[in-house]
Ligand binder design. Structure first.
Ligand code: SAM
Length: 215
């Protein structure tokens, strides 16, 4: 997601400090410490402008939600979206600005119950396969932070990335518990919260691929 540099970005992010996890602690501390109530931890990596995380946190108040985004100007928009709902804003949502490569710096071993990858960049060129967020090297990072039996939930418009991801799950010995090549026509659609990319792609008639993978 390319964007023009946000004017006064640092100040705008600072104004959202109450919902931002500012930096990783060394060693990483339990993500429960960022919330008032201890509840299952759900982590979205690459949250973009935050539609999914804001929607899920409101829909599922019995879980604690953390949304991670690498690009600070994009994270700024997600933070502001969450802050706008000032009176109704869920207390179970936090953001962090960081790269998936460093997920273990932010989360201790076995501290995340469910991880979401929504419309991750497909990096279609063969030479860039290692950058895909479902490459086996990333899956091993997720295995470390997820609880044993934890779940990864993937959504994408990109068939190439979907097929690649299924191969990588198999390489890592992971069980695909559910998959579809048309999420919006599936039995899971009733509970689906759309992301910004998902809305744009499906308005253009693109089917959405999805898989739930048990670690
Ligand atoms: C194609 S956008 C999708 C945004 C959103 N999930 C949606 O569905 O609308 C992918 C997002 O993932 C972020 N991203 C890509 N690589 C990342 C990484 N290694 N760590 C964290 N975020 C990453 C990008 O900056 C971008 O905001």
């Amino acid at each position: 997601m390319r964007m023009r540099r946000k004017k006064h970005g640092a100040e705008r992010i600072a104004a959202c400090a109450e919902i931002l996890i500012e930096q990783p602690q060394i060693p990483a501390i339990s993500p429960q410490s960022y919330f008032s109530k201890e509840q299952p931890i759900h982590l979205e990596i690459g949250c973009g402008k935050g539609d999914f995380a804001v929607g899920m946190a409101a829909k599922y108040p019995d879980c604690n939600w953390i949304a991670m985004e690498r690009v600070s100007d994009v994270a700024c928009l997600a933070l502001e979206k969450a802050m706008i709902a000032k009176d109704t804003r869920p207390d179970n949502l936090r953001f962090l600005i960081g790269d998936a490569r460093n997920v273990a710096e932010w989360f201790p071993t076995h501290s995340v119950d469910c991880l979401y990858l929504n419309f991750s960049d497909p990096w279609p060129k063969k030479g860039y396969a290692k950058r895909r967020l479902t490459h086996k090297d990333f899956l091993e990072l997720y295995r470390n932070v997820l609880t044993p039996g934890g779940m990864l939930k993937l959504k994408t418009d990109n068939e190439g990335l979907f097929d690649f991801s299924l191969e990588q799950f198999e390489l890592c010995g992971l069980t695909v518990e559910w998959q579809t090549r048309d999420l919006h026509a599936s039995e899971k659609n009733a509970d689906n919260i759309m992301t910004e990319y998902e809305r744009n792609f499906s308005e253009k008639g693109q089917v959405i691929y999805s898989a739930w993978v048990r670690f």
